[in-house]
Design a binder for this molecule. Structure first.
Ligand code: OXD
Ligand code: MN
Length: 572
């Protein structure tokens, strides 16, 4: 599995890229199976020809993007045993990957720049950097030389072509170039997604004065008919897709989805921040998705969907943990590993990072403006994480600068979307830690610089945590559709309502300001409590993370916000 990707931004490549691909040994005749090389723009043709000579595939298929091509590809993959049809649904397919190729491989994802500091801050005291991996152009060249020549020759040994030992996801931002080797898992191989729309795009955005962010975008309309758009950054597996497709539990409210994972945002000529979703579909985590947690996602994936590493039922359907659907009598389950499985078994039937991949247009609540080229106007940015302790349901930042600090201090329980093990609380600033295309300190400068933009109407910034638990480990907040109650408060704050009180960490809803009507008793005291010992430890952790990891590149404004929080927590 190898892929070379150029987003089509600069295609002036003639045999030898600036990266210096190894020169080709044999100039054999290229076998074009479909399409016409002569019809391609010169730059693309050169790229294809050179890549083919390098990788030596049996033939070249030039994609035309037609439905017929899609059908033929699916049929071929089925014949090769790579995917199985799911007869219970319309045009839905199941792929089971090699069990070693199931998630993003952060340790093998690199950004290549001549200077290390352009990619990552240099941590203090020789600590290991946690804000991305840098590779020098020379090392990268060696890695490419080792992997690509002849890599498409011959029959793949296993059914699922991957090469976990040699996996490498390389980004060369100076050339707008992505080089991915050894993995067929979506986050590593759908190069338009994390690789381009976040890593390369974040660097482009910095250079051109806009923002490429790991954020969902949703429109919310109040019972009075007032519509607002918000963007929200949560680390992987914190329910971004569920929030983006929420069915509000509050009567009269409507949520519409613009996107569930990535937002590109720029200020328009009137100073409003406008966002587009650069993706065409959803690549969501399956486990936990059900008719209760996300009915709109369930409706979206009834047709034209590729499932990866979920379990299969004997009547040709899909199954996973938390699908919340009893098995019909006599129906049996085959796990993602292809083994018989029954409820109660120790191992999960679906891989925790198993996925659905479906066209966005199938979601019943896509926003009418979801493809509008000018984007939708963003009034609020919401940060969040999965925090079992200490962090209240919602708070508002005092101002933009404080909001940038809140983003920099984000933490969350680790996720199955990457190779991490165990439930540890990880720092994940702006939910971008695995996706920064350049030095995080410079990224913070870029966010801070928005404040100085003439005429910019800066969105308000909030932080939410749906995942706080009580002493016995029970969730204190019901979540899902009930999160509309938090969005309602946010909307009222945007209208200028005086419904917040100041705390050391930010502005929280005043007593009674959150609409809890019709809910079972909610322990708001616990939900909003700010234990002093927790926050003392939290600020210590934030300080050591930011000063160690961002070190010399930490903007003084962010350090000043940290110091102000430390003083407020001290006085608690
Ligand atoms: C994802 C992620 O969207 O890991 O897959 O963030
Ligand atoms: Mn994501």
């Amino acid at each position: 599995m190898a892929a070379l990707y150029r987003p089509g931004l600069r295609l002036s490549w003639h045999g030898l890229s600036p990266l210096g691909w190894p020169s080709c040994r044999s100039i054999q005749t290229l076998r074009v199976l479909s399409g016409d090389l002569g019809q391609l723009p010169t730059g693309i043709r050169d790229f294809v020809e050179h890549s083919a000579r390098l990788c030596q595939p049996e033939g070249i298929h030039i994609c035309d993007g037609t439905e017929a091509e899609n059908t033929a590809t699916l049929t071929l993959l089925e014949q090769q045993g790579l995917i199985r049809k799911l007869p219970k649904y319309n045009n839905c397919w199941l792929a089971r990957t090699d069990p070693k190729d199931v998630a993003r491989v952060e340790s093998k994802t690199v950004i290549v720049t001549p200077s290390q500091r352009d990619t990552v801050p240099l941590p203090a005291g020789g600590a290991r950097g946690q804000l991305g991996n840098w590779m020098s152009p020379a090392d990268f060249q060696r890695a490419v030389d080792e992997r690509f020549p002849g890599c498409m020759q011959g029959e793949p040994v296993s059914k699922w072509p991957c090469n976990p030992e040699k996996t490498l996801i390389g980004h060369v931002p100076d050339q707008w170039e992505i080089v991915s080797f050894g993995s067929g898992y979506g986050g590593n191989s759908l190069l338009g997604k994390k690789c381009f729309a976040l890593r390369i795009a974040s660097r482009l955005a910095r250079d051109e004065g806009w923002l490429a962010e790991h954020m969902l975008i949703l429109g919310i309309t109040s019972p009075a008919g007032k519509k607002r758009y918000v963007a929200a950054a949560f680390p992987s597996a914190c329910g971004k897709t569920n929030l983006a497709m929420m069915r509000p539990a509050l009567p009269g409210w409507k949520v519409e989805c613009v996107g569930d994972d990535i937002a590109w945002m720029r200020f328009d000529s009137e100073g409003r921040l406008r966002a587009i979703n650069p993706e065409n579909g959803f690549f969501g985590v399956a486990p936990g998705t059900s008719a209760t947690t996300n009915p709109n996602a369930m409706a979206t994936i009834q047709s034209n969907t590729i499932f990866t590493n979920v379990a299969e039922t004997s009547d040709g359907g899909v199954y996973w943990e938390g699908i919340d659907r009893p098995l019909p009598p006599g129906v049996t389950v085959t796990s993602w590993l292809g083994k018989p499985w029954k409820p109660g078994d120790k191992e999960p039937c679906a891989h925790p990072n198993s996925r659905f991949c479906a066209p966005a247009r199938q979601c019943p609540i896509m926003d009418p403006a979801w493809e509008a080229p000018e984007g939708v106007p963003i009034d609020a940015i919401i940060f969040g994480g999965r925090r079992p302790k200490g962090v209240p349901l919602v708070y508002e930042a005092f101002n933009w600068r404080h909001g940038v600090f809140v983003g920099s201090a984000m933490r969350s329980e680790s996720t199955a979307a990457a190779e991490h093990k165990g439930k540890i609380i990880m720092h994940d600033p702006f939910a971008m830690r695995p996706f920064f295309g350049y030095n995080f300190g410079h990224y913070l400068e870029h966010w801070l610089s928005m404040e100085g933009r003439k005429g910019a109407q800066l969105p308000r910034i909030f932080h939410v945590n749906w995942f706080r638990r009580d002493e016995a480990g029970h969730f204190l907040w019901p979540g899902f559709g009930e999160n509309a109650r938090v969005l309602d408060w946010i909307c009222r704050r945007l209208e200028g309502e005086d419904s917040a009180r100041e705390t050391p960490i930010g502005l929280v809803p005043k007593e009674g300001a959150l609409d809890l009507s019709g809910l079972r008793a909610i322990d708001t005291t616990q939900l909003f409590s700010l234990p002093k010992d927790f926050w003392e430890q939290e600020v210590r952790d934030i300080r050591s993370y930011l000063t160690e990891q961002v070190n010399q590149d930490l903007p003084k404004e962010v350090l000043a916000e940290l110091e102000a929080l430390e003083r407020r927590v001290h006085k608690m």
